[in-house]
Design a protein around this ligand. Structure first.
Ligand SMILES: [Zn+2]
Ligand SMILES: [Zn+2]
Length: 254
């Protein structure tokens, strides 16, 4: 395995029996990283074969609750074990992540210390591209997304392989650039063409950026209930790029 990407939550903030809020898992031979994590991602992580208490780190596209609410139960689980975690737990996210964490710590204090290790918060610029080496075989590259809360597009690169997650975003030339020639683009589709949602993508806008970026395949995710998945998939697939509606626990690997 050189790079593996698993969907932990293909849904939205609207409760759904089949789909949890946003969450993903990136794995290489050096570890496993949680990407976002709304409610329910810890259980999905176990179902995907990874104990979340042993994660190498976490990366957050932005701070809306449907993308990060599981941070508290995750840190608490690392503390209570058994056994409690000894290693530090590093997390990355856009500017504002440190104050979010400080707010959580002011409420939960020591209960959200990850075992005997420390929580290491790393902020990335919201207005400029950035690159972080997460492991000897894994790079994270980010670009600014177009979303109300301030958000990042995320690219995970290992060797010649690249997987890109849009995060939440309105139409974005930065996303087209980051997804250029990627093996997989996981793209939010919160709105429909008839009823777009502010600060989010919709099928014809995704088709436009896919036609420009030409990733090898597209997985649509984060569809609100008014979006017809069949129409969304068909609209994007007209570009000639294989497209599907992602489900929880779908796995891509190279
Ligand atoms: Zn959001
Ligand atoms: Zn969202």
């Amino acid at each position: 395995m050189s790079l593996e990407f698993t969907v932990l939550g293909s849904g939205t903030s609207v409760p759904d029996p089949e789909r949890g809020p946003a969450g993903f898992l990136v794995r290489t031979s050096h570890g496993a990283w949680l990407v976002d994590g709304g409610t329910g991602t810890l259980q999905r992580c176990m179902q995907a074969g990874v104990d979340p208490r042993r994660l190498s780190g976490g990366i957050y596209s932005h701070h809306h609750p449907d993308h990060c609410a599981d941070l508290v139960p995750l840190l608490f689980a690392m503390r209570v074990g058994p056994p409690s975690r000894a290693a530090d737990y590093p997390i990355w996210g856009g500017e504002g992540l440190a104050s979010l964490v400080a707010g959580l710590q002011s409420t939960w204090g020591k209960w959200i210390t990850p075992g005997t290790g420390q929580l290491r918060v790393n902020e990335l610029p919201l207005e400029a591209p950035s690159e972080v080496q997460l492991a000897p075989d894994l790079f994270l590259r980010t670009r600014p997304a177009a979303h109300s809360a301030g958000a990042l597009h995320l690219q995970f690169a290992s060797g010649s392989h690249r997987v890109v997650f849009s995060g939440d975003t309105g139409p974005s030339s930065e996303l087209a650039r980051l997804a250029e020639g990627a093996d997989l683009l996981v793209c939010e589709c919160a709105g429909s063409d008839e009823e777009p949602v502010g600060g989010h993508l919709y099928p014809s806008a995704i088709a436009e950026l896919v036609a420009e970026a030409r990733p090898r395949q597209v997985w649509l995710t984060h569809m609100y209930p008014h979006v017809d998945p069949a129409i969304a998939v068909e609209t994007v697939a007209r570009t000639g790029i294989p497209t599907r509606h992602a489900s929880d626990l779908d796995r891509w690997s190279a």
